[in-house]
Design a protein around this ligand. Sequence first.
Ligand SMILES: Cc1cc2nc3c(=O)[nH]c(=O)nc-3n(C[C@H](O)[C@H](O)[C@H](O)COP(=O)(O)O)c2cc1C
Length: 231
Amino acid sequence: MDILEAMRARHSVRKYATQPIPADVREKLQQEIDACNREGQLHIQLLCDEPGAFSGAMARYGSFSGVANYIAVAGVKAEDLDERAGYYGERIVLLAQQLGLNTCWVALTFSRRKARYTLEKGEKLVLVIALGYGITQGVPHRSKTMEELCRCADPMPDWFRRGMECAMLAPTAVNQQKFLLTLEGERTVRAQAVRGPYAKLDLGIVKYHFTQGAGSENFDWAQSDIPADEE
Ligand SMILES: Cc1cc2nc3c(=O)[nH]c(=O)nc-3n(C[C@H](O)[C@H](O)[C@H](O)COP(=O)(O)O)c2cc1C
């Protein structure tokens, strides 16, 4: 399964089988996590055989069952921490999908108190990603239309369309899809979040998807952070 197939196959899964993650699969995940921590200056941690964080009322409220593994996404508090957490977290999510695992990003419906992770000075836990062998593969989310999610003069370049198709497959909190991608000139893409909870996290995830579809050789990200609803 290549990364584009992984994006199409990935859906949030909340019910898991008891099957543990084999050692060689853990090892591959750990290598990717180490690379993401280096490149993204994050402190992402793989927690296996640790059912505590998903055994309380919040997890039941969120319809989770059988979650014994998760990835804790943490890093030093900074303005762009959420966006980096989204970008690199999704890179790990898509590798997990390629390795035959299922996932679900979880910001709210788990127990922060019972979660097992470590923090260094100045760090915070952003959120976790549930991980394991799903009882089902989940279902595709409903999506806003491409026209609602981007601005691009006619004719839309093929690479931009491929990027948008992947961006539309990105998971966002409560499937809010509060993002806007604008093609400025020939090859500059401005990614903006409409303000709201987890919008910056979502934007990081969306930027990772867009880059995989569009090809990083075809465009550059614009260097500006104006919220889409403030222009
Ligand atoms: C930043 C973020 C936070 C999320 N938090 C939760 C959560 O607390 N509980 C939950 O059940 N799902 C959570 N989700 C999963 C979303 O509901 C899900 O990604 C969205 O509905 C799209 O569905 P899909 O992932 O199947 O494409 C979260 C997703 C993201 C990206």
